[in-house]
Design a protein around this ligand. Structure first.
Ligand code: GLC
Ligand code: CA
Length: 543
């Protein structure tokens, strides 16, 4: 790692760690920073360039840590600031960068500022840091509007004195008022706090939600749903949000090398580049592949589109097949495609009906391996989610009384929620938690974890883990510029492209075999026949 390289993020492979489910150092069933520290060698061998930590801050876990009590500390169950420093040092020493999650749209309801707001009268400075409103009706007993939160249930919560506060997500996640200068300054302090501790970059949660303009008259939910999202929506993707990031940019650029950021912004295509501009956060997630079927031409269009968007912003593109909010891609690709396109986003509800009965496990993994190898050949950066390197499937059969995701509870179980991709990793094939920690883990692990554990795959050259390692090693060696030239037609199941240095990536998205193009085989997602590229397989060739 070149510590001074300011453009590392443009082509980095970033590995997302969900800290509570990665490795448990003290055996209490919850993953922690010492556990992660003990696995730095694993990440190094895997060959990723950076590690992104989902929130590890003090939290009551109303939303898996995305409900933050204190932005400048470590949850005592996960460790201490000293553990954090040791982790950063170890990752840096092993040549990896560190990215942390910043959750600026809302705090938790246990944050000192929210506790103070509740204890303070209406109109107070403390309440102005959040979004409080008088209720309607006698004594303000009715909510200011009929809005629903993204996790289901009402978005306005009464506080007992006729006022209500607003939350886009769970009740325990009150939204900040970003018109408030103290809120703005406090986040600048937080960004400096972690940058000073050596953090290289930030992943910005719900980056398109911070700026809000509610106005005097609140529309009803039906009207709100119909409003265009092109800069003037009361809640989403308002133009002013970029003033916030322009301030953040001055903080990022005050470090050497500049700290980086990537926006989680679910916005219209045309609005994405602004988040990714060098005056703003610098990079924005492209989630298009999360919503795409395993379809060659769909993949190709997404790639073309996002390379164009990246060029517009001057950023590099970001490829994501899995993260902590969606059904794992091995499972998505092994399930029948739903008829209703609305049902497809993230795929979470694919599992809601009757888990696993329709899942073709082998096919899902086969396709997942092919998709991953396709994506790792693209220019730009790739974000991997812990466990995908094992070809893990979603865990569908978590009993209701063990589930944790607020979207499950707030929807009365109608949404299965995101726990199934957050089950602690299997490191060993045996033991109470498959080597995750000492005793049982905080989310139950299924028996089928045994044959897919790290230990089971580590020395098997045909394993998914070995495939990821080989591909990441080659990717480093082959790294060459940003160019991509299509070598297949814009039709058909075989999609291929050439990268500088004669590196060709060929994916057969179809079920039937195709001829294998000429060239030296560098790596393949499945065994190749003689001159044959089997279905649902990717190969890297040197031409
Ligand atoms: C983002 C996170 C998700 C979280 C939500 C609220 O979408 O990725 O996990 O629930 O924000 O913070
Ligand atoms: Ca622990």
């Amino acid at each position: 790692m070149d510590a001074a390289d300011a453009s590392w993020w443009r082509h980095a492979v970033v590995y997302q760690v969900y800290p509570r489910s990665f490795a448990d150092g003290n055996g209490d069933g919850i993953g922690d920073l010492p556990g992660l520290l003990s696995r730095v060698g694993y990440l190094h061998e895997l060959g990723v360039d950076a590690v992104w930590l989902s929130p590890f801050y003090p939290s009551a876990l109303a939303d898996g840590g995305y409900d933050v009590d204190d932005y400048r500390d470590v949850d005592p169950r996960l460790g201490t600031l000293d553990d954090f420093d040791a982790l950063v040092q170890a990752l840096h020493h092993a040549g990896m960068r560190v990215v942390v999650d910043i959750v600026p749209n809302h705090s938790s309801d246990r944050h000192a500022w929210f506790v103070e707001a509740l204890a303070s009268p209406r109109g107070s400075r403390a309440r102005d840091r959040y979004i409080f409103r008088d209720g309607l009706g006698a004594g303000g007993s009715l909510p200011p509007a009929d809005w629903t939160s993204l996790f289901g249930g009402p978005a306005w919560e009464p506080v007992g004195d006729g006022q209500w506060y607003f939350h886009l997500f769970a009740r325990e996640q009150p939204d900040f008022n970003w018109d408030n200068r103290e809120v703005r300054d406090d986040f600048l302090t937080t960004l400096r706090f972690w940058s000073d501790r050596g953090v290289d970059g930030f992943r910005i949660d719900v980056a398109h939600g911070l700026a809000k303009h509610l106005g005097d008259e609140l529309p009803d939910q039906a009207t709100l749903d119909e409003l265009p999202r092109e800069g003037g929506h009361p809640l989403w993707d308002r133009d002013e949000v970029h003033e916030i990031y322009a301030e953040w940019r001055t903080v990022f650029d005050s470090y050497v090398p500049p700290r980086t950021a990537v926006a989680e912004a679910w916005v219209e295509r045309s609005r994405r580049p602004r988040y990714a501009s060098p005056e703003g956060l610098g990079q924005a997630f492209n989630f298009d592949l999360l919503e795409a079927d395993f379809d060659g031409q769909a993949f190709r269009r997404i790639v073309e589109d996002n390379l164009e968007l990246a060029a517009l912003s001057g950023s590099s593109s970001t490829w994501v097949l899995s993260n902590h909010d969606v059904v794992r891609h091995a499972t998505r690709y092994g399930l029948p495609v739903p008829d209703d396109p609305e049902e497809k986003r993230g795929g979470a509800w694919l599992l809601a009906g009757g888990p696993e009965t329709e899942l073709d496990r082998e096919r899902g993994v086969r396709r997942a391996r092919a998709a991953t190898l396709f994506v790792l050949g693209l220019p730009g950066s790739t974000y991997l989610y812990q466990g995908e390197e094992l070809g893990l499937h979603e865990v569908a059969d978590i009993p209701a009384d063990r589930r944790q995701d607020p979207s499950f509870f707030r929807s009365g179980g109608a949404e299965i929620g995101r726990d199934g991709c957050r089950v602690p990793l299997p490191w060993e094939s045996t033991g109470a938690s498959f080597g995750f920690g000492g005793g049982p883990s905080h989310l139950p692990q299924p028996s089928w974890f045994a044959p897919v554990s790290v230990a089971a795959q580590r020395h098997d050259p045909a394993s998914t883990l070995s495939l990821y390692r080989a591909a990441l090693r080659l990717r480093r060696e082959l790294r060459a510029g940003e160019e991509l030239e299509w070598t297949s037609e814009a039709a058909g199941d075989v999609v291929s492209f050439l990268r500088p240095g004669g590196w060709e990536v060929v994916t057969n998205f179809g079920g039937a075999s195709a001829p294998l193009p000429p060239g030296e085989v560098l790596v393949a997602s499945a065994p190749l026949g003689d001159g044959v590229l089997p279905g649902e397989t990717t190969v890297w060739l040197r031409r």
